[in-house]
Design a protein around this ligand. Structure first.
Ligand code: KIV
Length: 279
């Protein structure tokens, strides 16, 4: 198959042609390799890194250094998909200069093609400053986990008239500021469909129904690599955690019972050397 690296104009063309865009999160090299081979359009190194890989309670403690460490591993595994780096909490809220500087680090040090940041109308000047510096932006509205304290929990957003109108206004402001893509997290499907139909941004849904331009999932939810049951909006395609636990239990048991390692797992030595060393 003749494949070429996917760019933002390619995703915009998909929107225009009514073809769905696929996005998944990844945090390491082997997962990135699998996504590259499987033909995913874009890979997001999400700050969900904090919850699903680093064992934090939320995304709030994640740092720039942690993000860049994982972005670089994912970069090494990708040839074709668009790579998006998620700006962690407090890496873009303090000043426009700080936001542009940190967004630049995702491109210069991490090899990203685009950065993502959370927030609506209040983030439009930040989006504009980053875009003006030549860095493509993916916005993120609805349930924005970095503001979970302000939102009062992980809840669906935009269910009432005022909430829905706010998200419509946010999308307008972010498009105006130059965002190319936008993630809708946990918003009602009809609202996501209506914004999608009226925005030039490529809309990517997670818990936002089937009518977004594309879909994103946290890969650990898709492959079941977590102790917890996946959230309602996710579909689990394979449940790896019990298999992982089972494989590790078998190893523990076999080392204990000396069933592992067997002869075929070891390395032979020349009989002459054995004899000389009197082994
Ligand atoms: O951090 C993340 O993984 C995300 C996705 C849920 C879109 O923001």
């Amino acid at each position: 198959m003749d494949r070429k690296k996917i760019t933002i104009p390619d995703l915009i063309a998909k929107k225009k042609n009514g073809q769905k865009v696929t996005m998944l999160t990844a945090y390491d090299y082997p997962t990135a390799r699998a996504m590259d081979r499987a033909g995913v359009d874009s890979v997001l190194v999400g700050d969900s890194l904090g919850n699903v890989v680093l064992g934090y309670e939320s995304t709030v403690p994640v740092t720039m250094d942690e993000m860049l460490h994982h972005v670089k591993a994912v970069r090494r595994g990708l040839t074709y998909p668009l790579l998006i780096g998620d700006m962690p909490f407090m890496s873009y809220q303090v000043s426009l200069e700080q936001a542009v500087m940190n967004a630049g680090r995702f491109l210069k040090e991490g090899g990203c093609d685009c950065v993502k940041l959370e927030g609506g109308t209040e983030m439009a000047p930040t989006v504009k400053a980053i875009v003006d510096a030549g860095i493509p932006v993916c916005a993120h509205i609805g349930l924005t986990p970095q503001s979970v304290a302000q939102l009062g929990g992980y809840k669906v957003q935009g269910k009432d008239l005022a909430g829905a109108q706010k998200l419509i206004d946010d999308a307008g402001a972010l498009a105006e500021a130059g965002a190319s893509l936008i993630v809708f997290e946990c918003i009602p499907s009809p609202l996501a469909a209506a914004i999608t139909a009226n925005t030039p941004m490529v809309t990517i849904g997670i818990g936002a129904g089937p009518d977004c331009d594309g879909q994103v999932l946290v890969v650990h939810d898709l492959i079941g690599l977590a102790e917890r049951t996946p959230p309602k909006m996710a579909k689990q395609y394979v449940n790896l955690f019990p298999q992982l636990e089972q494989a590790i239990s078998s190893y523990v048991e076999e080392v204990g019972s000396e069933a592992f390692p067997a002869e075929e797992h070891g390395f032979a030595m020349d009989q002459a050397v054995v004899d000389q060393l009197k082994l």
